[in-house]
Design a protein around this ligand. Structure first.
Ligand code: 5GP
Length: 191
């Protein structure tokens, strides 16, 4: 999943994961500071730059990026482990990360999440504690940049009312599970 900062991907992911315990969230590493309500090891693994860069040098990340002056990276081992165990893995990355994932996991499902309007996006960022004007406009501009890449995704979910966007996300997940390509084994058993 990707989308502008403030679109509500995090809430959508969390709600989806609570309702689908077989799906697991890929917890990224980041060098940014923890926001109120975030939990280390749940939302992110919060590490300093030295630790991050050491892990990067050792090849511990699938992909890394720098956003708003902070490093983010998807750790390799948990994803491979979860996929091998037959779990769905939910990944929340920026569009550069999304592009990389499309190449690495071509049968993945790529969802772009947007707020219903720029006004709502701004309100959400401010409610989230982004009150500094420079930071706010940096995130809005970054969001505009992300929006230009939305067409590279399979689905667009407008995250207005959570119940509706959740319904859309669950419909996507159900339809994707029914795709013939993912049902070959079942079809053989049914013959
Ligand atoms: P935030 O700081 O608001 O939690 O996240 C900022 C941006 O970083 C979001 O667009 C989010 O999708 C992206 N992000 C979080 N973790 C990763 C990661 O491991 N890799 C990449 N490429 N982007 C990430």
């Amino acid at each position: 999943m990707s989308g502008p900062s403030g679109a509500g991907k995090g809430t959508l992911c969390r709600t989806f994961l609570n309702r689908h315990p077989q799906a697991l969230f890929s917890v990224s590493y980041t060098t940014r500071t923890m926001r109120p309500g975030e939990v280390d090891g749940v939302d992110y693994r919060f590490v300093d730059r030295v630790t991050f860069e050491a892990m990067e040098r050792q090849g511990g990340f699938v992909e890394t990026t720098e956003i708003y002056g902070n490093r983010y990276g998807t750790p390799r081992e948990p994803i491979d482990h979860h996929l091998a165990a037959g779990h769905d893995v939910v990944v929340d990355v920026d569009t550069d990360g999304g592009k990389w994932f499309r190449r690495a996991y071509p049968d993945g499902v790529f969802v772009f999440v947007v707020a219903p309007s720029r006004r709502v996006l701004r309100q959400r960022l401010m409610r989230r504690g982004v009150v500094d004007q420079a930071e706010l406009s940096r995130r809005l501009t970054g969001g505009d940049r992300e929006m230009t890449r939305a067409v590279e995704y399979d689905y667009l979910v407008v995250n207005g009312r959570l119940s509706q966007s959740m319904a859309a996300l669950e419909a996507i997940a159900s339809a994707e599970r029914c795709r013939m390509i993912r049902q070959r084994q079942l079809l053989t058993q049914l013959r």
